[in-house]
Design a protein around this ligand. Structure first.
Ligand code: B1M
Length: 208
């Protein structure tokens, strides 16, 4: 592996923004293929996801790693676009209507971006109409719904029901502290993930 790619991967794992940016600049300057730079970035985030899942690191560490990843992505994205390398799959994500919690949703989003999904973030308190519009506009592979309140679980249920009834070829994944696999099955979601790293695995399997 090119030394700058090793530096990049290390910088992501350690959540070092400046180093991540510098390693990306150096790799681009050395004309390392953009896909290889992206692979190093994804390797770093994947390691972060695994350690988070294994409770070896916690939310703050994941957030700093994700910020380091974003610094690298800022430089890499235009180069990837120019060389025609596009994410294969897209995901519309949002926290459901009535719910303003977004820390977990943002973590999921960052991990998905780190795994090279195109993510369209609708934010918090997102009503069915906004999800439906986004599905129409972006034709995503997956819609990802987050809820943190027991009182907004019915809102999640309504959104899943309406999207399923719309007949669109889109998979729906759900998550958030009060959500369980049982609830996901009950409301007709295609998948449930308990944490951000599992959300990436689930998104891969829903897009396969
Ligand atoms: Co609120 N809040 N909050 N809160 N808040 C909880 C959720 C609560 C459990 C606290 C408590 O009472 N013990 C409780 C809910 C109780 C319940 O419903 N059973 C609660 C309440 C009641 C409220 C208010 C109603 C309080 C009030 O005003 N009286 C109010 C509601 C506002 C609203 O949404 N309408 C409220 C407000 C807030 C703040 C605004 C102050 C703030 C949110 C800030 C923000 O998000 N920008 C806040 C916070 C921070 C919390 C706690 C403390 C932390 C939540 C969090 O960010 N966790 C929380 C108590 C707690 O959990 N200890 C609490 C860290 C985050 C990384 O975890 O979001 O679970 P989490 O995400 C995980 C997984 O769940 C999963 O992956 C993430 C990473 O592993 N995941 C997904 C999440 N979404 C996913 C989607 C997926 C897959 C996985 O696929 C699509």
């Amino acid at each position: 592996m090119h030394p700058e790619l090793q530096n990049l991967s290390q910088a992501i794992k350690a959540g070092k923004r400046k180093e991540a940016r510098a390693a990306t600049e150096a790799a681009l300057g050395a004309e390392v293929p953009p896909q290889s730079i992206l692979d190093a970035l994804m390797e770093g985030m994947s390691d972060v996801g695994k350690r988070f899942k294994a409770n070896e690191i916690f939310v703050p560490e994941v957030l700093v790693a994700a910020r380091a990843m974003q610094k690298s992505m800022d430089l890499l994205e235009p180069v990837l676009t120019a060389s025609g390398i596009q994410p294969k799959h897209s995901i519309v994500i949002g926290t459901v209507e009535g719910d303003l919690h977004d820390i977990g949703k943002n973590l999921v989003m960052m991990m998905l971006k780190g795994a090279n999904f195109k993510v369209i973030d609708l934010g918090v308190n997102v009503a069915l109409a906004k999800f439906a519009e986004a599905v129409e506009a972006h034709q995503p592979n997956v819609v990802a719904l987050s809820a943190l309140l027991t009182t907004t679980m019915p809102s999640m249920q309504n959104i899943v029901k309406a999207l399923n009834e719309s007949g669109k070829a889109v998979k729906i994944m759900v998550g958030g502290a009060p959500i369980t696999q049982n609830f996901a099955d009950q409301i007709g979601a295609d998948g449930y993930a308990p944490d951000a790293a599992s959300a990436v695995d689930l998104a891969h399997s829903l897009c396969a």
